[in-house]
Design a protein around this ligand. Sequence first.
Ligand SMILES: [Zn+2]
Ligand SMILES: [Zn+2]
Length: 662
Amino acid sequence: MSRSSSLRNAYATLKVPAMSNINVRLPDGSSQSVAAGTRPIDVARSISPRLADAAIVASVNGQLYDLTRPLESDADLKILTTKDAEALQVYRHSTAHLLAAAVLELFPETQLGIGPPIDTGFYYDFDRPAAFTPEDLEKIEKRMWEIQARDLPYERVLTPKEEGLKKYADAWMKCELIRERAGDVFSEYTLGPHFIDFCRGPHVPSTSKIKAFKLLSIAGAYWKGDEHNKQLQRIYGTAFFTKKELDEYIAKLEDAKKRDHRKLGQELDLFSIQELAGPGLIFFHPKGGIVRKQIEDWMRDQYLKRGYSLVYTPHIVRRELFKVSGHADFYGENMFVPMKLDDAEYQPKPMNCPGHILIYADKQRSYRELPVRLGELGTVYRYERSGVMHGLMRVRGFTQDDAHIFCTPGQIEEEVVACLQFAFDTLKTYGFNDCEAELSTWDNGASGKYDGTADQWKLAENALKNAAERVNLKIKVMQDEAAFYGPKIDVKLVDAIGRLWQLSTVQFDFTLPRRFGLEYIAEDGKAHQPLMVHRALYGSIERFFGILLEHYAGAFPVWLAPVQAIVLPITDRQIDFAKQVRDRLEQAGIRATLDDRSEKVNAKIREAQLQKIPFMLVVGDREAQSGQVAVRHRKRGDLGAKPLDAFIADAQKLIESKAIEE
Ligand SMILES: [Zn+2]
Ligand SMILES: [Zn+2]
């Protein structure tokens, strides 16, 4: 039996109940009585041809549903169009099928993994002996357009599990998925005579619905994300409802590529990752070190100004500490393995909290001392799997600007307000004007998976909500998204090209104070358990550094720039004067260098420009005689000659005010 006739047989087993009428309720409150077996697309057509044309997928009783799948019983029906976010997911996933169908036509030896939609588009995982090349991607994309033009329907087929296992006997990934996930009968979707895929659906009704897509890249990916499994080839792509949206997205990607912190980090000689030392471990070079020092100094100063104490805790401690804190159990697989020393096992810390707790608990605390705010730029080590590390963004060793606040219930709202204000000031200092925030709450105790009492959750969630209101922070409430140990607010910044980055967190913890038996003596003379809040504003300094690098596209504001001014003598005759200029700048606290090579001044300017040095000070005979410098700015170009003192005063003003706009 050929594959396609077996499909048709499977399709024929799809039973539509005997003709009877069902009631379809629409979002506007109206309802229609239609024959059982009517398809959502038919209902859409009966409402308006335009709706049918814009339709991507249906929602039936709150579940996504193919437009062409017959309705079998009474239903609440909504037709989703290009205006609905869920429709975009379905559209992108349908494009992933189109990709897989094209790959199978061109490379029939390929086996299919999974092909889900993602935030930025979709991907499909393939198992194929030969590696896909960039030329293959072009070929595949071309074939996708050919299939698109055939206007093939995405047909849903029901197959009994046993039959499916036989049919897919030589498709190892599909068999594995069917064994794990399929019920007695499962759904497959066809696309033309060659392509069929085990898939829950739904999809767009036909390939002609797909108007704008592009394949982007090829990457390695382990089957089911597990490094013990076979490595597959993942093809990434994206899809939008219109060509215009796609073009805008591609332009943004190009911009992002130019800003890639790994590329800039190398070009500007800021940091490196060393093969000999291992992946996910960052080496800051001298120039990166200067930028990092500014970032750290600002934060430490702010800690002291805002009533935090600075502490330092060891990088490695007895494993026993993590047994008490629970990390050894709950977080064990993300930790570096313990090492045996003479008396016990020791382990690098994955978090700073247990250390700060030991400092809090080292003496008896009175309510009079609270709040206790312990802050540290604390370096932690986490075991990230080898495939997931990414430049500065995902690493194995990093430094958090980490603080823990221990306080009474009466103090908590003020503390959260102060944390949020601190977070805003941080964003403003680095020139981020927009942010978004999410409040993750519990499920009101329904599942029993959350630690802490209902009273604790109520107090903490209210404190977070009220504090957000007081600082005019709009929050999106994410119910049942909290960590098991307490609710939190996450603040995400919006960067120069509109990307969102998770940055600051203010997180309650009901578990650790209990595990460590933390106390303070309250006004009633009795011991009470303090509230504990974890908060990090930069998150990880390495990652924040990467975000800044991409946000500024390498052109750090003057106060952060590793080199703030470079002196460029036109000929060797002015070298002595140029040296004096450099020395004067350095004495005035301006980071300056001198390019005294015998190169043409234009070449020196070009290079300084590539290094994104804010000010280039060109000195020729005229400047040497008059004690002036010809100022050139990396963005604004030639600013004319100025007395050196005037330049120094201007530059100092920019540095002191931490100006973002120059
Ligand atoms: Zn599918
Ligand atoms: Zn913590």
